[in-house]
Design a protein around this ligand. Structure first.
Ligand code: PBG
Length: 328
């Protein structure tokens, strides 16, 4: 009878021992909470495909912000759901747009909370694309890269003027970090960081978000600007150009099916890596939990831990409040 020469189980003998040798931990400091703000008054409307996630009008937002700060969450990511859409997405860069108003309101109420403004046009355009649309050379409609950049720069500056602490461009136009950096610098916001949605895949995992943000493209899809899920080396090129253009943090989105990409960015760049645990990743767990098929708390913890292990320094997640409650 031969005995094992290596005994891994020695370090698993007790809870105290396991805690002592634990490599990764989650805390509220790791989490960024996305919030949808909308016009009107007294609105707190649940998004059907995302139970527990709501649209808030400015007045009902106050209580939500209080809850977030009490839970020790340090940062929120703001998405606007405007009442007016047009071809140029003008309400994205209106100084009195919904995101700008919400930013001012949150700043006044919770000055220490880091407000990240999502900088994109798709919630604000009537066609639902992330930039401006023109007729392409083949006669078909296409998203005009450079014309879109101008509007994105205006959006970023108006968000900065409203008091945003971080600008997070998510539109995937070429050169968006460079354009926004230059625009912010010129407007006197050279200290304002850019969190770039560097590696954003054309993913089916955004489905529930598009219900929530009313941002489904009215024709075509986003495949000419978002990345092909089959590619990983291209992710390094995307991230590299963002670094050269002056990004301060790099995001990978979605997270769960792209843990290899999170790891690759972590290994290749020295900027903070942010994982976006997107809407369908949330809805899948919520739906299964509602059926009693799994232990929601344990699954959420394990999922977020997997993202940290892969290399995420920060995680944007609709589970942020639930998770922060668990960690207390
Ligand atoms: C839009 C944007 C999207 C998300 C955040 N900003 C999706 C899209 O491309 O339609 C998705 C977030 C989620 O699914 O939680 N620029």
């Amino acid at each position: 009878m031969s005995f094992p020469t290596v005994r891994h189980r020695r370090l698993r003998n007790s809870g105290a021992m396991r805690a002592l040798v634990r490599e990764h931990a989650l805390s509220a400091d790791d989490l960024i909470y996305p919030i949808f703000v909308t016009t009107g008054e007294g609105v707190k409307e649940e998004i059907p495909s995302m139970p527990g996630v709501y649209h808030y009008s400015l007045d009902t937002l106050d209580a939500e912000i209080d809850e977030v700060t009490e839970l020790g969450i340090r940062s929120v990511l703001l998405f606007g759901v405007p009442d007016h859409k047009d071809a140029e997405g003008t309400s994205a860069y209106d100084p009195n747009g919904i995101v700008q108003q919400a930013t001012r309101r949150i700043k006044a109420r919770a000055p220490q909370l880091v407000i990240i403004a999502d900088t994109c046009l798709c919630q604000f355009t009537d066609h639902g694309h992330c930039g401006v649309v023109r007729q392409g050379d083949n006669g078909e409609a296409c998203v005009d890269n450079d014309a879109s950049l101008e509007l994105l720069v205006r959006t970023a500056i108006s968000q900065a003027e409203a008091g945003a602490d971080v600008i997070a461009p998510s539109n995937m136009m070429d050169g968006f970090v460079q354009a926004i950096r230059a625009g912010l610098d010129e407007a006197g916001y050279e200290s304002l960081p850019i969190l770039s949605y560097s590696v954003k895949y054309a993913s089916a995992f955004y489905g529930p978000f598009r219900d929530a943000a009313h941002s489904t493209p009215q024709f075509g899809d986003r495949k000419t600007y978002q990345m092909d899920p089959a590619n990983s080396r291209e992710a390094l090129r995307e991230a590299e150009s963002d670094v050269l253009e002056g990004a301060d943090m790099l995001m990978v989105k979605p997270a769960l099916a792209y843990l290899d990409i999170i790891r690759a960015l972590k290994e290749n760049f020295d900027l903070p890596v942010v994982a976006y645990n997107v809407s369908a990743e949330y809805s899948m767990i919520k739906a299964a939990a509602a059926n009693g098929w799994l232990d929601e708390q344990a699954i959420v913890h394990e999922t977020l831990l997997g993202m940290k292990r892969a290399g995420a320094d920060l995680i944007i997640t609709y589970f942020a409040k639930d998770a922060a409650r668990q960690f207390r």
